[in-house]
Design a protein around this ligand. Structure first.
Ligand code: ZN
Length: 126
């Protein structure tokens, strides 16, 4: 699966951001005239300017995923190896139950893989 597809899955299922499914043309009156753009009816965002962060390839964006999971009581442990990263998701309280495990050659990708698994989404390995 393409990394940008993974980013979109993370955006929807983990970050629970709007996917802008209901788009209408919106006209806005500004000082310089009329500004017409496709706007999401649900969240009001200009869908041309809306960009899904590169969660699976950018560490700064992946940290947002990490923090979002932590805010829900899901904690990530990272193991570093010579040629891949392994990420385990667990709950802090209760018995040490492993929620999910994933590994990838890049840390952001491993974080996204495990975050999706926690949310019941399996990314096919290509
Ligand atoms: Zn939207």
């Amino acid at each position: 699966m393409d990394l940008r597809q993974i980013d979109c899955l993370v955006h929807e299922h983990v970050m629970q951001e709007c996917r802008h499914r209901h788009v209408r043309e919106h006209t806005e009156r500004t000082d310089s005239g009329y500004h017409i753009y496709p706007r999401c009816v649900d969240c009001g965002v200009n869908v041309v300017e809306a960009v899904v962060p590169k969660y699976s390839s950018d560490m700064e964006a992946a940290m947002k995923v990490w923090h979002a999971l932590r805010a829900r009581g899901v904690y990530l442990d990272v193991q570093t190896y010579a040629d891949f990263y392994a990420v385990v998701a667990r709950h802090e309280s209760g018995p040490m139950v492993k929620l999910a495990y994933d590994e990838a050659t890049s840390l952001p990708q491993a974080i996204c893989g495990v975050a999706l698994l926690v949310n019941g989404v399996e990314v096919p390995k290509s």
